[in-house]
Design a protein around this ligand. Structure first.
Ligand code: NAD
Ligand code: MG
Length: 405
């Protein structure tokens, strides 16, 4: 082993803002940052309403700003911080998320808010020319071209955090996509890959959020159980890598050891493998183009019993097909798909609809979406609102239907 030598490069600490710091991705990001205090410092941490968790994070990482979207929660956090040694300034409201994402002190933004709520702050980071580490796939599904244009026209850097897209990014040619035949997007198939079809309607929220390989937030866990997560990821990959959906093949790989692959015209297939732990793509995106320790154990091939592969079952998982369809129809349909799914998942977790009603609701809302693609942000937000209203109406009418029966 060589001893460390002066390399001649000056290392300047990068300022990191984490949108959604109290969530699963936020916590994993802070874990990686804590291993490299000389390389990164935390500029801002944001959360929706979890006061105690954000307070503890502020005490440990001493950010300049903390944002709590809910005003009451922000006042509580402020009071706690006043009686501590931590000098973090508390901001509140949705606009404050955009302020910290675009702030001068911020170099890198981890976009890890769940759902459509992350769109405006993620976009603000792109418009401010930051390195955007994108976990919030819903933002890209909703805004597609608008988001990619914002990255391009403002000199931002976009690095995918989703494990599959990070794997594809690592397996792509360095420049462009010469010689690429197709993208092989892997997915575990979730907890219900083999569950008898006639029992799916009685799936409980607890069963749906218990993912076999990954520990994640509740919304994405339900998305994995319906395979809408893979559907959203197909659309996400189309935008990130500028390919048609017909060039993306979903491969079911229950062990989640291969995180995705790129197939080339010469017969080569390049894959990225590792233990299923989000700290790997997070560390990759923080350090890019270098590599840093993420805290993830090295993959032990001798303990990896086998690697299995299957084709996806579109009849069992209709949401996957809806996502392919929506992307073909256009931007409005993708927004409708995402909005309907967010309402359906929330409703399922609150036990207002059952598991098999999730795709029924989404199909109904998708059918109401116009064709074409919105060109400006306001049109995106209007379609999101209209589709959420349509989804809520479906639930209300569905309740009436089931009460009559
Ligand atoms: P999570 O539910 O654990 O955390 C969500 C975070 O967003 C929390 O900090 C919460 O306070 C914040 N938040 C929620 N609603 C908000 C609102 N209305 N306004 C502002 N902040 C709000 O979610 P997660 O599992 O960390 O996932 C975050 C994103 O990353 C999702 O888009 C998900 O699809 C994506 N992702 C997650 C994983 C994973 O392993 N968890 C993997 C790939 C992609
Ligand atoms: Mg993923």
């Amino acid at each position: 082993m060589q001893t460390a030598q002066y390399s001649g490069s000056t290392s300047v600490s990068k300022g990191v803002t984490i949108l959604g710091a109290t969530g699963s991705i936020g916590v994993s990001t802070l874990d990686v940052l804590s291993r490299h205090p000389e390389k990164y410092h935390v500029v801002a941490l944001t959360a929706n309403s979890q006061v105690d968790k954000l307070f503890a994070q502020c005490c440990q990482f001493n950010p300049q700003f903390a944002v709590m979207v809910e005003e009451g929660a922000a006042s509580q956090l402020e009071a706690k911080l006043e009686s501590s040694e931590c000098a973090t300034q508390v901001l509140s409201g949705k606009a404050a998320l955009e302020t910290v994402a675009a702030s001068e002190q911020t170099d890198y933004v981890m976009a890890a808010i769940v759902g459509a709520a992350g769109l405006l702050p993620s976009l603000a980071a792109a418009k401010a020319g930051k390195r955007v580490m994108l976990a919030n796939k819903e933002a890209l599904v909703m805004s597609g071209k608008l988001f990619m244009d914002a990255v391009k026209h403002n000199g931002a850097e976009l690095l995918p955090i989703d494990s599959e897209h990070n794997a594809i990014y690592q397996s792509m040619p360095v420049n462009g996509k010469a010689g690429v035949k197709r993208i092989l997007l892997t997915g575990s198939g979730g907890p219900f890959r083999q569950r008898p079809l006639d029992t799916l309607s009685s799936v409980t929220p607890e069963e749906a959020v218990a993912h076999p390989n990954w520990s994640m937030g509740r919304k994405i866990s339900v998305d994995s159980a319906t395979m809408m997560n893979k559907g959203l990821e197909v659309i996400e990959a189309c935008w990130l890598f500028d390919v048609p959906s017909s060039d993306i093949q979903v491969v079911i790989h229950p062990q989640s050891t291969i995180h995705s692959m790129v197939s080339y015209v010469d017969g080569s297939v390049i894959a990225q493998l590792g233990n299923p732990d989000m700290r790997t793509p997070i560390a990759y995106s923080l350090a890019y183009p270098e590599r840093i320790d993420s805290g993830v154990d090295e993959l032990d091939f001798f303990k990896t019993a086998r690697l299995d592969f299957e084709t996806p079952d579109f009849a069992r998982f209709p949401c996957l097909q809806f996502a392919y369809d929506a992307h073909e129809i256009g931007g409005y349909a993708s927004i409708a798909l995402n909005a309907a799914n967010e309402i359906a998942v929330e409703s399922f977790l609150d036990k207002h609809i059952n598991f098999t009603e999730i795709p029924q609701l989404i199909e109904n809302v998708l059918q109401q979406a116009p064709s074409g693609t919105p060109l400006v942000l306001e049109e995106i937000l209007v379609q999101d609102r209209v589709s959420r209203q349509a989804a809520s109406l479906w639930i209300k009418n569905n309740k009436k239907r089931t009460t009559v029966l």
